[in-house]
Design a protein around this ligand. Structure first.
Ligand code: UDP
Ligand code: MG
Length: 242
């Protein structure tokens, strides 16, 4: 067994770790946790829920603390005093996981926790390292959904990764790849499947539900699109693929 595998085995003290990055999502947190608990208790395996507070300025942190007081064995908080961005929040959350499988999803209820069993089933069936959600019926503005579709087509054209929705943050990861999830610079979370596949990990996908944002606002504007394009070629370039 390699050093990495030994470390991985020691780290596993529960079956599933749910990781949720949070920046000013107070209104969503209660309904989200209720949905997560309903799904996870149905699986009848040990699990933890890790909320990463990314320097929220609303009441997200006090709300998480109430959850933690209620269920200290299940709920963990990684509290980042300043907003560092979604990429950094995901890294800090994944670093805190102790499950054999980590599952990430957004805090805003756009991802549906009811899809988690599907991700896990797919992972088992194909011995995948990472299984991604595919928001086939995406509930965002037409511009956002269209640009995302275009980005996905480009990614399939320029890389060997053929999945349809590379930036859906609902994903499951086996412990053996968690340390290698590429999250070094802000924005890199949009290229996780590509980064893992370039390292030789096996990536799968399942169609997942996607919902309109009910509370709060998106933390991004359409202005990020150009940046996402240049980031994409940066990822390919570093791997000698572009
Ligand atoms: N998020 C974060 N830090 C940030 C921006 C976003 O932790 O600086 C979280 C946010 O609270 C949400 C997830 O990342 O849980 C995705 O953000 P958002 O829903 O705004 O992105 P979109 O769905 O619009 O792409
Ligand atoms: Mg969202």
């Amino acid at each position: 067994m390699s050093d990495k595998q030994t470390q991985s085995k020691e780290a596993e003290i529960c079956q599933y770790s749910i990781v949720v990055p949070v920046y000013n999502e107070d209104d969503s947190l209660g309904p989200l946790l209720a949905e997560i608990l309903q799904v996870m208790t149905g699986l009848d395996k040990s699990f933890e829920v890790i909320f990463v507070n990314d320097g929220s300025t609303d009441d997200s942190l006090p709300t998480m603390k109430v959850f933690q007081q209620r269920s200290p064995d299940i709920i963990k908080i990684v509290d980042l005093p300043e907003r560092g961005g979604q990429t950094n929040a995901l890294r800090k959350g994944l670093d805190a996981t102790r499950g054999a499988i980590a599952i990430t999803l957004d805090a805003d209820l756009q991802n549906d926790p009811a899809d988690i069993p599907k991700l896990l089933k797919k992972m088992e069936e194909g011995d995948y390292d990472c299984v991604c959600g595919w928001r086939k019926n995406r509930q965002d503005t037409a511009l956002k959904a269209g640009l995302s579709k275009f980005g996905n087509i480009l990614q399939r054209m320029f890389s060997d990764l053929k999945i349809h929705d590379v930036s859906c943050t609902l994903r499951a990861y086996r412990r053996r790849c968690i340390a290698d999830v590429p999250l070094h610079w802000e924005g890199q979370h949009r290229f996780i499947p590509l980064g893992l596949s370039l390292q030789g990990y096996k990536i799968g996908e399942v169609v997942s539900n996607h919902r309109y944002r009910q509370y709060g606002q998106s933390k991004y504007t359409h202005g990020r699109i150009f940046r996402v394009m240049t980031d994409f070629f940066k990822v390919l370039e570093t791997k000698g693929k572009a």
